[in-house]
Design a protein around this ligand. Structure first.
Ligand code: ADP
Ligand code: ADP
Length: 230
């Protein structure tokens, strides 16, 4: 079933229209790759889905994006709720400058989870899902920024998954990483496909063909092709 539905989304940065009317549906438990040349609007569109563009000066967005049955641009939308349901992983690993444990606990506390046992359980579960629990379980009190780039990115994936989002947005999650870390993360995403819906910006056609179910090609702010990856 459809979990995210975008209808005729236009976005302008001041006088420059970066998205010219994007209409597409995302089905639950599918991994969609957003492909296209640099500057074509992939990240801009991705950031519309959890309203990350809202804070940029002079941004104007029209059209509609629904998460399940909720119009996320409705004034009634609670952004804390939205970002709990729709998590995000960025290109550069961006763990906070404190312990691995507290990186994950931070988001859980924002989501209203205060019970210590539940937090411990989510820390373990999410680090397992991100396939880094075994190598990191004795170092949970170490500063998350002291780990390798690939490990930091998996900590960020764990941080995103820990609040149990339904959708996870990934903005070129492997392009800052070495090939081995990159393929480990691809493998991790493949293993999680039954539990989450992923929407991933990438400029890597091979990566899209290895792990995505659906592929969308963007060009100059338009969606020009959208269908099953095969
Ligand atoms: P992609 O992810 O496909 O590389 P982006 O969505 O980042 O493309 O950018 C699409 C277009 O919007 C580009 O022309 C870019 O320069 C412009 N753009 C992106 N962010 C901003 C911003 N904050 N202010 C003004 N223009 C922006
Ligand atoms: P700070 O970074 O502010 O010094 P700490 O990392 O010492 O904070 O811990 C903050 C809270 O997280 C404490 O309640 C602590 O018991 C808990 N905590 C920290 N690390 C772990 C861990 N590895 N396992 C379980 N609880 C932890």
């Amino acid at each position: 079933s459809t979990i995210i539905s975008s209808k005729d989304v236009h976005l302008s940065y001041g006088n420059f229209e970066a998205l010219h009317g994007i209409t597409m549906d995302f089905k639950q438990n599918e991994l969609t790759a957003l492909l296209g040349p640099s500057g074509c609007g992939k990240s801009t569109f991705l950031r519309c889905i959890n309203r990350m563009n809202d804070d940029i000066a002079n941004v104007e967005i029209t059209g509609k994006i629904k998460f399940e049955d909720q119009n996320i641009y409705s004034p009634k939308t609670d952004l804390v709720w939205l970002r709990k349901e729709v998590g995000m992983v960025f290109q550069q690993p961006t763990p906070f400058p404190f312990s691995v444990y507290n990186n994950i606990a931070y988001g859980l506390k924002l989501a209203g989870i205060k019970d210590k046992e539940l937090i411990d359980q989510r820390v373990e579960e999410s680090l397992k899902q991100a396939a880094i629990w075994r190598e990191i379980k004795d170092d949970l009190n170490k500063n998350a920024q002291s780990f390798s780039g690939g490990q930091q990115q998996r900590i960020c994936i764990a941080r995103a998954l820990a609040v149990h989002p339904k959708v996870v947005l990934l903005d070129e999650p492997t392009s800052a990483l070495d090939p081995i870390s990159s393929s480990e993360i691809e493998e991790t995403l493949l293993n999680l496909k039954n539990d989450f819906t992923f929407i991933m910006v990438t400029h890597n056609l091979q990566q899209a063909s290895r792990i995505s179910d659906m592929t969308a090609f963007f060009m100059n702010g338009d969606l020009v092709e959208y269908g099953t990856t095969s």
